[in-house]
Design a protein around this ligand. Sequence first.
Ligand code: CA
Length: 217
Amino acid sequence: MLRILVVEDEKAIANLIKMNLSAEGYFCSVAYDGKRAADLIEENTYDLILLDIMLPEIDGYELLAYIRPTNTPVIFITAKGSVEDRIKGLRLGADDYIVKPFQIGELLARVEAILRRTGKMTTEYEIFDVVVNTESRTVKKNGEFIELTVKEFDLLVELIRNKNVALYREHLYEKVWNEPFMGETRTIDSHIQRIRKKLDWDEHIKTVFRVGYRLEV
Ligand code: CA
């Protein structure tokens, strides 16, 4: 599930965006101020961040500087519609810019466009001799279908989307099981074991000491 963070201090707008994104099938979190947003960005990974400029505590420009190193795409959402603000936002590295008030349909279209442009919406991945399709939720190895459980599949996709990145067990658990991690290391470990076995990926899915796992490509 693609994760989107909405940073917006006008709660009515933030909640409206969240409601619509959730209805489209995105996993959506909300921060009502810049400080909270910074905390969430530090603790989680997002596929896209919708960022208001005028915010309490830390403003959107400052947050953008903080987000840039994570390579997470950003769409500025703001009442400031002047050309200078638009240029400043884009120059600072925002991927797109939307001016309030906007139609929710326009926002959804831009979200989708950015996710496509940045490769987040890719539905088929080819890695080694394995082809994973997130639309049909199928896995093929050397042209043969491999049966994975729902969680095994989601875990595999998470590893693939973050290939060559060491992923914490906690992150994997929260992303795939969608609930807080309470130390269920064995759940993660046994799922990883089964994926390795089914795909014959023992050497590709590395155990990272004290962290978790990394798909090495
Ligand atoms: Ca605001």
